[in-house]
Write a protein that binds this ligand. Sequence first.
Ligand SMILES: [Zn+2]
Length: 280
Amino acid sequence: MDDATLKLGSVTITESTVSVVFEKTAKVIEPRGYVAIDTNERGLDLATSKGELLKYDLSELPRLHHVYFEKRRAIQRKFWGNRRKSQMLQVRYRERERHRAEQLMHRVSKSVVEKAKESSFGIVLKDIKHIRSLVNRKVLAVNKFNGKIQWISVCSKRLKRRLNSWPFRELQSFIEYKARWEGISIIYVNPRGTSQTCPICGYVVKPNGQLFKCPKCGWVMDRHLNAAINMLKLKMNGWWFAYNSPSRVAVISPLNKAMSRRGEGALHRSTLEDSPEPLR
Ligand SMILES: [Zn+2]
């Protein structure tokens, strides 16, 4: 609060909270390069202009949602005769879940923004406005149980629950406002095709499991990192990048206690199976 660049905005007082809004006019730094971030169900995958590849593991998030989903279901079962109690407990557990998920996302977004700041990089994010409508898409089809033509979901109930509970947009907005605060520029790109295109020769092929393998030039890369590299390429026109296919990529887990203290994760290594020798 001693920061001279801060201006006091408004103060809002509710029954249980006091919010003080500070304003800051941040000067946008001209980026010296970019960090491209692929947000996916397993976490964040980063590719930077320096040639770094990084994975942030957020597999804890879907696990958390699953655990709390089961908890709420158990409450419904246990208190089915007591609606008031059941609803009260469900609200409490929903808040607890949100709190824990937000903590994780704050930790990861902070680390990402610090990474961009230390090299004066801009941040490239996926434009994912339409992801929800894609997941919840319905088509007219014959209902095989009653023979009628009805609107039927393309994705299964389970897949919809899994993808709708994954806070893509929220995580991106955390990154965005933390970056704006530091004067880091944010660019949105259309993610279409980024996970299916070879960044070396442009060949389009569907990734096989977790790995992207190009049958034309032999490029092998984790599919999410591949998407991040392609996003970076969209921004870096005419720039030839120096990535190899590394057999080892650093994975950062936000669950590591050291991360919350120092604002960064302790690195542990993961091996991409059957990656070949570096290509070029
Ligand atoms: Zn290729």
